[in-house]
Every structure is written in structure tokens, then in C-alpha cells.
Design a protein. Structure first.
Ligand code: ABU
Length: 384
């Protein structure tokens, strides 16, 4: 298989992509950076957040949908690369900490990102995901055959206890009874579970729009992580930091701000936005001034609003779609209102079943990572 590592945008014609696998997946372990929450109150009354390997039938059901996505992509002429799962039920230990098991390799989007001809491995921010990169090393060595490819690994943080702000988990206690002023202050101080003692980021907090890259400051990406990316990449791209104050637990930008198509010939570009997580006014003005139309996603379909019991993602997985090109999107099959909106914007849709993948960390965008698109580092933002 031959390919050229190149991806500057979320929408260029897709040529090569990684699709995750659910083999050997375990429950993401609780730790300073992560608290599991069981969505079904009846189950939550009976058991604590589980540890160890997931049931084989649950893994098989997710793999069936992941394999179906891979076949759909292959049938469109897109090359698909798959990870090499390790045994995620293993206990892991460093000099500073230990967790009962790891997670899975369903979501390459969190672990690695292609920016131009660079493949960057993220630091990751959670202990249970410390070694997840090992599942993608076969792929990265395969990409290394492209002599133009550059491989960067971000500095691994210690993930020791002093990297996390313990107070985060009680931050919202009694929130509803607070005054509007107090609520506003809590939401706008952008203090998340990672402190600034070490560089940390998950790659899924980044969205690519040509010469401009937007990075969400979040539970999984701190400001030092964003600064590391800026210093590594500032010869090639301009980094913008985004905050979404109304997302109480921001983690990964691809259920919040999803660019679909760039402005062209005086026709505005399209970005799908999350109505519960509005942009700050200054950022909204920036996009609009540069000829981008911000369109709120409809509420998720009823079926998908009830998240699977052991799913830690939000109902906004509804927006977690994948662009094949500027006119074609792969979307989850149940999101009928979103389908109507996208069709009204003249997108062609390819629908796939994907709900069984949700509890493995995300939906269609999360469980893929584009390696090659036909695009360049064109600038789509002329005005500051
Ligand atoms: N991994 C993406 C999850 C984002 C969200 O729950 O909104």
C-alpha cells in the first residue's frame, strides 16, 4: 500500500485513514483525571464503575460496526489502516502510579494527528491511556515508508498526582443554587482537572482548517500542551486557542465545533456548532468576519440521547461525523434531524450504524484518524 502523509483540513478529499479496533478493550480505569459515571440509574445503584476487560459480546458488536465503516471507506476507494490491539486488561505501573488496566484502541483521533506531512503522537492526559500509542506504532512505521513523512512524539508527562487538580471533581457541587454571577465566574475561569505543571494534550482537542489550527483548552489539553504544539508547528500553521465555557467537562473538540466546508467564490464556509456549547463572542465574530457560517446542530435523536450505560461521552456524539470530501459526510444512521439539516446544506450523506461503538470513547470522527487528504495549507482566515 502506498500513500503520502498529508492532511491540512477536515474536509479535503480523503485518501487514507486509520479506523480503530475494539479487540481486547477494557473499562477505562478511574484515576485522578477520570471518574466513570454509569448512565443507567438502576445499574448505578447496584454496581460501581467496573474494572477489567469488557464483555466479548460488547466488543464483537463494536467491531462489527467498526469493520462496516472500514468496508464502507474501502468501497469508496479510500485506503484503511487498522491498529494492532495490545492486551488492554493488563495492569500498568510507572515509578509514580499504577492502574488496574488500560482502555482500548478504538479512538486513534485522541492519540495521533496528521498536520501536513507531520504525524504527531499526543502526550495523552489519562493514566489508563498512557501506553495506547503502542497499538498505532505498526501504522506509524508503515507511514515512515513515505520519505517526506515527519514523526513527532510529544514529551510524555509523568501523570503523577501533582499534575491533576483534585478539587475539580467537587467544583460543581451546589452549582444550581449559586447566583448567576457565581455560576458565570466558575464557568469562565477555565480551571480543569489538569494543572499547568506539565505538557499534556489529547490530539482530538485539535481541529484543522488549513493554515489555521484550532485547539480546545479542556480536561484533556492544558495551556502548556497548546504552547508545545505552537512552538513545534509555528513555521507551518497558526494556532488558535478556543474555550467553550458552557461545557462543564470539555474533552475533545469534535462534538463541539465541526468544520464541514470552506468558503469559496463568495459562498460562506460551513461549521457545525453545538447549541449547548456556544463559542465566546470574540471567537464567533472572528469566524463570521472570515466568511464562515456557524450552524447549530439539531438536538440528538431520542434513541441516541439515552447514552449506553458505560459510555462516558456526551449525547453530542450525534455531531461526530467524518468528511469524505467537501460535499460528502459519513453520519450515524439514527440522527435524522441532523441528516435533514445537512441535506438542506447540499451535503451527500452516507449513513452507518455506530451506536455500539459509543462506549469505547466516541463515534465516527473519534474512531478514525485521517492520514492523507487532497488538500494544502491554504489560508481560510484573512482577517484577524
Ligand atoms: N471523545 C469525544 C467526546 C466529546 C463529548 O463527549 O462531547
Amino acid at each position: 500500500m502506498s500513500f503520502r502523509v498529508n492532511a491540512w483540513t477536515e474536509w479535503g478529499k480523503l485518501k487514507t485513514i486509520v479506523v480503530g479496533k475494539a479487540d481486547n478493550a477494557a473499562f477505562q480505569p478511574e484515576e485522578p483525571g477520570y471518574k466513570g459515571k454509569i448512565n443507567n440509574p438502576l445499574i448505578a445503584q447496584e454496581i460501581n464503575w467496573p474494572v477489567g476487560k469488557k464483555k466479548q459480546s460488547v466488543i464483537d458488536a463494536a467491531n462489527e460496526q467498526l469493520d462496516n465503516l472500514s468496508h464502507t471507506l474501502t468501497s469508496l476507494g479510500i485506503k484503511v489502516l487498522r491498529p494492532t490491539p495490545i492486551d488492554f486488561s493488563q495492569n500498568i505501573k510507572t515509578p509514580g502510579w499504577e492502574v488496574s488496566n488500560m482502555f482500548c484502541c478504538v479512538c486513534p483521533r485522541d492519540v495521533m494527528i496528521t498536520i501536513g506531512n507531520y504525524v504527531i503522537e499526543a502526550t495523552m492526559s489519562k493514566r489508563g491511556r498512557f501506553f495506547e500509542y503502542l497499538s498505532y506504532r505498526d501504522i506509524i512505521y508503515c507511514l515512515w515508508h513515505d520519505s517526506h513523512m515527519k514523526w513527532k512524539t510529544a514529551p510524555k508527562p509523568s501523570m503523577n498526582i501533582n499534575m491533576y487538580w483534585e478539587g475539580y471533581w467537587s467544583k460543581f457541587e451546589g452549582f444550581d443554587s449559586k447566583s448567576n454571577e457565581e455560576k458565570h465566574q466558575i464557568l469562565h475561569n477555565y480551571q480543569y482537572v489538569l494543572n499547568e505543571s506539565e505538557i499534556a494534550f489529547d490530539a482530538a482537542d485539535i481541529t484543522k482548517m488549513g493554515q489555521d489550527i484550532f485547539i480546545q483548552h479542556s480536561m484533556t489539553t492544558n495551556l502548556k500542551g497548546i504552547e508545545w504544539l505552537r512552538r513545534e508547528l509555528d513555521q507551518h500553521v497558526k494556532i488558535h486557542v478556543l474555550n467553550f465555557p458552557y461545557d462543564k467537562e470539555p474533552s475533545h473538540i469534535d462534538c463541539t465545533l465541526v468544520p464541514l466546508r470552506p468558503p469559496k467564490n463568495n459562498i460562506k464556509g460551513v461549521i457545525l456548532t453545538n447549541p449547548e456549547r456556544p463559542l465566546l463572542e470574540k471567537d464567533k465574530i472572528f469566524f463570521e468576519k472570515n466568511n464562515w457560517q456557524l450552524i447549530d446542530s439539531p438536538l440528538p435523536n431520542k434513541i441516541n440521547s439515552q447514552m449506553p450505560s458505560f459510555c462516558s461521552s456526551s449525547k453530542w456524539l450525534s455531531m461526530n461525523l467524518l468528511s469524505i470530501d467537501e460535499n460528502t459526510l459519513i453520519v450515524e444512521e439514527n440522527e435524522t434531524e441532523l441528516h435533514s439539516l445537512l441535506r438542506s446544506l447540499e451535503f451527500e450523506l452516507i449513513k452507518v450504524p455506530y451506536r455500539k461503538v459509543f462506549e469505547f470513547g466516541g463515534s465516527i470522527h473519534c474512531s478514525t484518524c485521517d492520514i492523507e487528504r487532497e488538500d494544502t495549507n491554504e489560508s481560510f482566515f484573512q482577517t484577524n
